[in-house]
Design a protein around this ligand. Sequence first.
Ligand code: A2P
Length: 337
Amino acid sequence: MSDLTVAVVGATGAVGRVMRDLLSERSFPIGELRLMASERSAGTVIETGYGAIEVEDLATADPAGIDIALFSAGGDRSRQYAPTFAQAGAIVIDNSSAFRMDRSVPLVVADVNDEAARRHNGIIANPNCTTMVLMMAVAPLHRAAGLQGMVATSYQSVSGTGNSAIAELRDQVEWFARSPQALIDGGWEAPDHSVFTRPIGWNVLPFAGNLVEDGYTDEEMKLQNESRKILDVPELLVEPTCVRVPTLVGHGISASLWFRDPLTPDQAAKLIDEAPGVQVWMDQVATPLDSAGIDDVLVSRIRRTLGEQGGVSLWAVGDNLRKGAALNAIQIAELFL
Ligand code: A2P
């Protein structure tokens, strides 16, 4: 098959760039690749593995003839344009949160619940990047032992918030480097910001996303609600905390997990290692830098829970732009080849 027409919507963004690269890296069979973004980028020419392509303005682009549309241009754009693209005949794989909890839209982690993708009505949702990474480690354990509850804390890189957040971290690191002693003694001067309300350079923000209910953020509610939907455990107990850290790529999650049938750390390590798309690193601790630019999720520090007995604690880290977003979207598309 070599005549598919594929559109990348949000093609100039942090995830869109990785989508473009991965399509050609994975030799996705494309007859015509179309790139769409805002009016600001329309007319820009981008070199791709499928030739030099001019970016179209999403607002005026004609969706006729598109077979697969990969959307990563924010929830508002997805809500406005994804249904139109689907009606025009495209299978839309949407990286935003717009449709994830819609009962008629499958929420798919490739290699975890591929079968759900077949039940689509034109739109398939790509999960949140933190949930995606954690599910790669947790799903093999759930299948064997029945997950009942988890306490999960994320350490999320700034690229999860897009290109502007990458720029803000870089600028603030430079800003603080001018007077590093103030970071130790106090008296630092607040840098400019437009993305994060508190400084992210040389700092940690114990609050990722926007406040939605009972003191929890939307990122935290996604971790609960999307995990329940993907694993098909509506009553799953999830205690989430989402933290933004000053890394560029790679979301880490520290999780303690309790199962219907208790698992030993050795059993857990074996189950994870045998699953596709995930590696166990026991001799060396896997860090966000190790995960950057690779497809697999890495899992370290698998150990017995110390307080509430019978569970397993672990650390999982994955490239949020790849498996956490672009790679998973393309893996879903590959299910339809
Ligand atoms: P543009 O670069 O033209 O603004 P990121 O997540 O890195 O911030 O990227 C967001 C992506 O979504 C970019 O490709 C951006 O295009 C696109 N985008 C943002 N707003 C719009 C819009 N109103 N219409 C179409 N695309 C948009």
